[in-house]
Ligand binder design. Sequence first.
Ligand code: PLP
Length: 372
Amino acid sequence: RILNFSAGPGLMPATVLATAAAEMSTFSQGHSLMELSHRSAPFEKLLEETEVSFRRLLNIPSNYKVLFMQGGATLQFSCIALNLCAGANAGTKADYIVTGAWSQKGHEEAVRLLGSDRVNLVVNTKSSKHNGDIPPLSTWNFSDKQSFVFYCDNETVHGVEFGSKFPFHAIAKDVPIVCDMSSSILSQPVDVSKFGLIFAGAQKNMGPAGVTVVIVREDLLVASYKYPQPFPLMLDYSTYATSHSMHNTPPTYPIYLCGLVFKWLETKIGGLIEMEKINAAKAACLYEAIENSNGFYSCPVKKDYRSRMNVTFLVKGDFEKEFLAEAEKNGMIQLAGHRSVGGVRASLYNAMPLDGVQALVSFMKEFASARF
Ligand code: PLP
């Protein structure tokens, strides 16, 4: 296949697409899954199995609910503000850690909905162009009474990732940590018990756009955390928790594809510990090539916080356009950086095999040596 380095919607495992193609029109009783009622027994079974597989992969404790929602990760920026603000007048503040474009958007939405006096900026790396130059913890400006602490695990646009370097120890145990894991979920094991809530749009490591998965600790679903009612039922996590994500028609086909991806991770990859090793090898291969290019390629992100999923880099001189065009001629597409930052971005989601990254690295070496 052509190597697709898209940041999202991203690559799907080829075997998953083959299974989906084979089952496209004959999933059950001679019909496609997308033609089945969401209340039908085959779909209810599929939803159940999909959730069980997802729980197994991430080892999700039983006191957490898994919700299948719509509206993308962007809607979650609104949902977390409305569901976890601990009442509108409780004197608490939502603490936001801003390290890139997505946490910035989350912060903006919280301010829009709750007002600037209910939202606090703990850290903002905007002045260093979100280059992973994260200031020392001693300078972080946490609020005294926190409703929750929000951060984005992997900043897809800027290529900045916290992973296990996030300072969990600096946050009081009773304060829910809320995390946008859209572009890093299922790329490595995560200790879910450290979080109050995790959300992720599917379209990077799980499946197609159209479904967003939320993992939420049950005790956070109480009225006292929520914005004064009524706010839209479809933005209230409790609506999904009490109906097993079936209050209305869930995105059945995207959920089915996510289920196939989860099965692929469990059976073909061997779970998240194995996936983590493969992802580490892929990222190391590409970052080494950048470092060893005598400055022809350079990564703008500080070493400690470089993303394993979205590797951003610059090409020396004015070779960038040519680099992207040549890459495409060589069967490597979607390498342009996000329109807001430019440069090159290679997204190495789970479905990108190591030999795909090795092919990119070979191409980069040839391209550089011909122009040095
Ligand atoms: N958060 C992160 C980390 C993302 O990468 C994206 C999209 O790329 C979003 C949020 C927004 O997702 P959506 O387009 O599904 O709303």
